[in-house]
Design a protein around this ligand. Structure first.
Ligand code: FES
Length: 103
């Protein structure tokens, strides 16, 4: 059995936009912080439950900001807190994939 039931990785990489776009330019760190707090407030954190972590570049920069959730290996993008709320409520909490945000 996995240590965490769901492991959520937010790409928070930032690079010079002249080089290539990156998730942090599109607000990834703030949304990671928001998701971490939200998951904590819902009492979902800890062994056997949920972990939210930041990741480096996942190489889907143009489709981002990116988040990927395991064990399902489902990728999402998001715009705002409303999208994060939906991902947490639907996928993280209940295992229902949010097709409208999937990449
Ligand atoms: S910077 Fe986020 S996927 Fe590359």
């Amino acid at each position: 059995m996995s240590y965490y039931a769901r492991h959520v990785f937010f790409c928070c990489n930032q690079r010079d936009p002249a080089e290539r776009t990156s998730c942090n330019i599109k607000g990834a760190s703030q949304m990671r912080d928001y998701a971490k707090q939200r998951v904590k407030d819902l009492g979902l954190t800890g062994q056997g439950k949920v972990r939210v972590n930041q990741a480096g570049c996942l190489d889907r920069c143009e489709e981002g900001p990116c988040v990927v959730i395991y064990p399902e290996a489902v990728w999402y993008t998001y715009v705002d807190r409303h999208d994060i709320d939906e991902i947490i409520e639907e996928h993280v909490r209940h295992g229902r994939i949010v097709e409208r945000l999937r990449i």
